[in-house]
Design a protein around this ligand. Structure first.
Ligand SMILES: Nc1ncnc2c1ncn2[C@@H]1O[C@H](COP(=O)(O)OP(=O)(O)OP(=O)(O)O)[C@@H](O)[C@H]1O
Length: 354
């Protein structure tokens, strides 16, 4: 196992890239700590698969280095990188038994049969496949087959990283959460570095200790689920993560104070703001409440979400959402909103002002 470092990585599929938009991956520097559970999260087309293929060696980056430990592997083919991959669709040998599927990577590497047997039984137990070891893999359901794909990665002792590319896509919805929590549990047991690629925030936040959020070929934030929630570094992170996402409103800063349409808003970072162009305020619905004074709005819609209600308020074209706990009062028609200062922040050009 080894730390993985991506240094000055850029990739374009075009032969003669000229501008940033020609790059599927823009300047990227990321350290993946040895033994970490990471999610790579972002919308379709943001560059997740490109990045995964560069780490696994299927793709050579246009610029930059891929380093495992202290070894530069940028030019090494996939089979010399010791990586296990679990794809959207399970890759299993249908005619073989579950046992032989799990044993395959070890026998391929000439591991003695006694060691193979020990390892296969150990891993089968971890992924709940012991009872089916002698069955043909063809008879298994999709989640059983996906467990085999995973097991084939876990069984190897030479693996630097296990990478999952949207692994729950073909799993029945009611089994998804089971497999998801199984993955988390397995990571805690084996402590192999895992990178889990998804566009689904629930999958990312429940699996990962650290989430790498991507947008348009760029990493916009690397953080724990709590950090992404509490301090989104970019309005995209605030909006993409959370349900509903962060409210983002245009604002002005005058004399170190933020104003939204002439109402002063207390914000923890407005004082650091010297440049008054392209500014926005971000505040999550969890940190907005009704008050006797504040931003005047009109209550437009109330949706029940179990233990709380999501209230959609309007001021002109601007929507500002807030969460009201069960039993909390919701005014009809006109109302005022107040924002928690510690969780209300100014962004410039999308990026958090520091
Ligand atoms: N083989 C290719 N040739 C040319 N352009 C490509 C190729 N593969 C991907 N791209 C482009 O690179 C960008 C990033 O694509 P990529 O598949 O890495 O994103 P993604 O986040 O994995 O998306 P998805 O979740 O839909 O798979 C996209 O604009 C895509 O059109």
């Amino acid at each position: 196992m080894a730390k993985i470092t991506l240094k000055g990585l850029r990739h374009s599929y075009k032969p003669d890239p000229q501008e940033d938009a020609d790059y599927a991956l823009q300047q990227l520097d990321v350290d993946w700590e040895d033994g970490g559970a990471y999610a790579l999260l972002g919308p379709s087309g943001c560059g997740k698969t490109t990045l995964l293929n560069i780490i696994s060696g299927l793709l050579t980056p246009s610029h930059g280095q891929v380093i495992f430990g202290d070894k530069d592997v940028t030019q090494l083919p996939p089979d010399q990188r010791h990586i296990a991959q679990v794809f959207q669709f399970p890759v299993v040998y249908d005619t073989m038994t579950v046992y032989d599927n799990l044993a395959f990577p070890l026998r391929n590497r000439g591991v003695p049969e006694a060691e193979v047997d020990k390892r296969v039984r150990e891993i089968a137990e971890m992924i709940d496949l012991t009872a089916t070891l002698d069955n043909r893999a063809s008879g298994l359901t999709a989640d059983g087959k996906q467990k085999i794909s995973l097991g084939r990665g876990l069984v190897r002792t030479d693996v630097n990283v296990i990478m999952f590319d949207e692994p729950l896509t073909v799993i029945d919805p009611h089994l998804k959460w089971q497999l998801r929590s199984k993955l988390k549990e397995l990571h805690q047991r084996v402590r192999t570095t895992m990178i889990y690629v998804t566009h689904d925030q629930t999958e990312a936040l429940t699996f990962a200790d650290k989430v790498v959020v991507m947008k348009d070929g760029q990493v916009v934030q690397i953080g724990t689920p709590v950090e992404l929630f509490e301090r989104p570094q970019h309005t995209f992170v605030g909006h993409f993560i959370g349900s509903p996402g962060m409210n983002v409103m245009p604002c002005e800063v005058r004399g170190g104070k933020a104003f939204y349409q002439d109402t002063e808003i207390s914000s923890w970072n407005a004082a650091s703001c010297t440049d008054a162009s392209d500014l926005e305020l971000g505040v999550r619905p969890e940190f907005v409440e009704f008050g006797p004074t504040g931003v005047p709005v009109e209550v437009a819609k109330v949706s029940d979400a179990g233990r709380f209600r999501i209230v959609d308020t309007r001021k002109g074209d601007q929507s500002i959402k807030l969460l009201v706990p069960e039993g909390g009062e919701i005014p009809e028609g006109n109302a005022f909103l107040q924002f928690a200062q510690d969780h209300t922040q100014v962004y410039r050009d999308g990026w958090l002002m520091s």
